[in-house]
Every structure is written in C-alpha cells, then in structure tokens.
Write a protein that binds this ligand. Structure first.
Ligand SMILES: [Zn+2]
Length: 432
C-alpha cells in the first residue's frame, strides 16, 4: 500500500482503489492501494474519515495493522478489544455506511455487494482531528527531545487520546521546576519554527545515527528529524504524521505531573487543544472573579479570606448553638427533663456535642445522650452515663440498629431510627 500519510501529512483527499475486502465478526474491512488514513500505531489512534463510491457514502471507523509473522508491532493504545486476528497481514480499515447515508436510505444493500475488490473510491480525511493529533504528537517529540538532550531520559509510554491530556512517561525523575524549564525550552523550539522531516535511512546508515526509540524494528525505520540535519534538536523513530514546521504546534503546555515508576508521567496539551483548555480555565476564573467581586490577581487572597471568615462564623455559630442548648438544659426544658436526651440538626458540629453531653451527664443520673440528625437521614450520637458503665448502653442501642463503640465514659456512633423510637428506648430503660 502506498502510505500517503507517511509522505505528506497534509493531503486530505485522494482517489484510489480497494485492493481487498474482508468480512469478520467485527464488521467489514477494506485494504487500499493508496491511503491518507493513518492506522492505529505507536500510541496513536487511527484516522477517521469518509469514503465515496458512486452515490454511496461510507465512514472509516478504524484502521489497524496486521502482522502475524512478527510480535514487533507494539500497540500501547491498549485498544485491542476489537482487534481481529482473522484478517490477513496488511493494513485494514473498518468501514460502514456513513450515519447520514443510513438516515436517508431505509433499505440498505449488503456492504459486501458494493465494496468489492478493484472498486474505485474517493477518500476524505477527518482533517481537523488529524491536525489536532499532528500538533500534539509533534509537541510530544519536541518536549521529550529537550528532556532527552538535558537528562538522557526516554519516553517509555506515550498515549495520544482525542479528549484529555497527551501523556508521556519519562524513565527518570524530574522536579516541577526542572519540568517547567524544559517546557520553556520546548516552546523556544516552537518559536524557532524549525523544519520537521521524515527520512528512511538504510540499516547501514542507521548505525551511525543517534536517535530516540532506537529499538530493533523489522523492515524500514522512519526517522523524524526536528531542525537542521547537521544540528538537529531531536531525531526519533516514529511512524505517525507530523506538522511540517515546529511553529505549527502553537504552544506546548504541561498540565499535569505525577511520579510514575521511578520516573514521571507528564500530561501535556498542544496547539488548538491547549487553546480550548485555556479558554475553559478562563471561563472558570471569570465566573469566580464575578462571584468574589474581585480581579484575577486578588482572587486567591479573596478566597482564602472568605474561607477564614467562614471558619470564624462557624465557630461563633457553634458557640451560640451550644449555649442555647445548655441554657435549655439549665432551665429544665420539659422534653430534656423527661428523656435526658437532646436532639439537634444533622450539621451540628462535633465539639459542642461533646460539651453538651458532659453537661447532660453531670446533671442527670442514668443514661443521657445527644443526637444530631433527622428521622429521614438518621442520627450521629454521643451517649453514656456518669454512674453506669457507658459501654453497657451499646447492646441496648443495638436493638434499634445503632452502630458504634466507645469507652466507659462515652460511646458514639450512628443510628437509623426515629426520634420517638430513640426516646422510647431511653425512657423505657429508666422505668425498667
Ligand atoms: Zn512519535
């Protein structure tokens, strides 16, 4: 097959001929004389697009390489779920009627009746998706290249998904500051607008060339060189389509850094995908500055100030709630006098609950308790007694499904029961 995508990554349309058709459990596959569709390979998903044959319109859903004689094709996209090993060696494209064509035509012929060997077709690449991948893949080469030049590390796991981050796994440690320095260097390579070329050296020539991803590959090795041949920024063995000049990458932005197997996994975004990410973040920041009625520069200190204020207000509120309940106890509130229990809201803080428990305990003999919650949500509780071992209350509370534990002074836990059931249980104990 003539791999047009390898020689010119900017070709969006071509006329060609179907060289074979295979029907498997996964669907219908075609092979082509010439192709603008990059198949799934080397950490990158397959190109998608559209094919026309006469009045018929089809969709290229996937593309894959079959090579049964060799295990050297390493697919790190982990997307082998639909991989059909029943296909002969070669490059295969999974194809179906396009969605719009299906909609227009209620009664469709069998694919195998139309898609036959030697059919002349016209191919259209989903170029926006491809260009986004080209920007991000080239950006990955540039950043990995600068890291390799400075630290000698390699990218041992590359993943280019269509939504979310492009990840590269570097096989050595880097600090945040070191990565930011490499990001700046990589972006300088973008500004320099260097050329990016593919070459196909012979086995003999390869021996004398220093390049990344130098592993034994069966067949022809394709090298991607960034910069001048006599002073390249990076050379890497790679099968995927790239942009022609580094300036097209636009921006290389490191978004995430996590330690990974003794090295570091870096998530990046380049080109249009980075712009969309920045726009999304900008929307969030604009929303926040509006809410906090401040500008971007003061946003962090404003949020910190508000959090501090909330903390103080919560402390004040909890003090007020506590003294309100304590004064009810001291005034001899009839419900509390009758049950020796206090009921309060679900969001009642833990510290005043403990204080109220102690006030109840010193005032009343027998079991006392404080329950925070509602009949529908259930209750958190602190309970016990000053003159009986508090732990003796555990089996009693278990009768209404309570969970918890504690010491002789106090037990605590949760119970999903109604207020009246809890009151009945406690008053029942006292009268027994
Ligand atoms: Zn690559």
């Amino acid at each position: 097959m003539n791999k047009i995508y390898e020689n010119d990554s900017y070709i969006k349309e071509c006329d060609t001929v179907i060289t074979d058709v295979q029907t498997t459990d996964d669907g219908t596959y075609i092979s082509l004389r010439d192709s603008i569709f990059f198949p799934k390979e080397g950490g990158q998903y397959a190109d998608t697009g559209c094919v026309t044959l006469g009045a018929y319109e089809f969709e290229i859903l996937d593309g894959q390489i079959e090579n049964h004689s060799s295990d050297s094709v390493v697919d790190i996209t982990n997307n082998n779920a639909n991989h059909s090993s029943s296909l002969p060696d070669g490059i295969w494209y999974r194809i179906d009627f396009s969605g719009s064509y299906k909609k227009q035509n209620a009664k469709l012929p069998a694919l195998s009746d139309i898609l036959v060997t030697n059919s002349e077709i016209r191919c259209f690449l989903d170029y926006d998706k491809r260009y986004d991948r080209m920007q991000n893949h080239t950006g990955e080469h540039i950043l990995t290249g600068t890291v390799h030049n400075d630290y000698g590390y390699n990218n041992v796991g590359f993943h280019l998904s269509d939504d979310g981050l492009v990840t590269l796994d570097l096989d050595g440690p880097l600090t945040y500051e070191q990565i930011m320095e490499e990001e700046a260097k990589a972006n300088s390579v973008v500004y320099s607008n260097l050329s990016i070329k593919a070459s196909y050296p012979s086995k003999e020539e390869l021996k004398d060339i220093e390049y990344r991803s130098k592993i034994e590959i069966e067949g022809q090795v394709r090298l991607i060189t960034i910069g001048d041949d006599d002073n390249p920024v990076d050379i890497c063995a790679c099968c995927a389509p790239h942009v022609a000049r580094t300036g097209e990458v636009g921006i290389i932005k490191v978004i995430s850094i996590v330690n990974w197997k003794g090295g570091v996994r870096i998530g990046i975004l380049c080109g249009r995908r980075a712009l969309e990410y920045i726009n999304h973040r900008q929307d969030i920041i604009m929303g926040l500055t509006g809410l906090m009625t401040t500008n971007e520069d003061n946003l962090l200190s404003r949020v910190r100030g508000q959090m501090e204020e909330i903390k103080e207000l919560k402390a004040k509120l909890s003090g007020a709630l506590e003294s309100d309940i304590v004064s009810r106890i001291e005034k001899g509130d009839s419900d509390i006098e009758r049950t020796h229990l206090v009921f309060t809201d679900a969001d009642f803080p833990a510290a005043p609950m403990k204080n109220i428990y102690n006030v109840l305990k010193s005032r009343y003999p027998g079991y006392v308790g404080i329950f925070a919650g509602s009949d529908t949500e259930g209750y958190r509780y602190l309970a016990g007694s000053k003159d009986i071992d508090s732990k003796s209350l555990i089996p009693i509370l278990n009768k209404i499904g309570a969970k918890g534990g504690g010491s002789s002074d106090m037990i605590q836990g949760r119970v999903n029961a109604s207020k009246s059931d809890i009151e009945r249980l406690f008053t029942g104990i006292k009268h027994a």
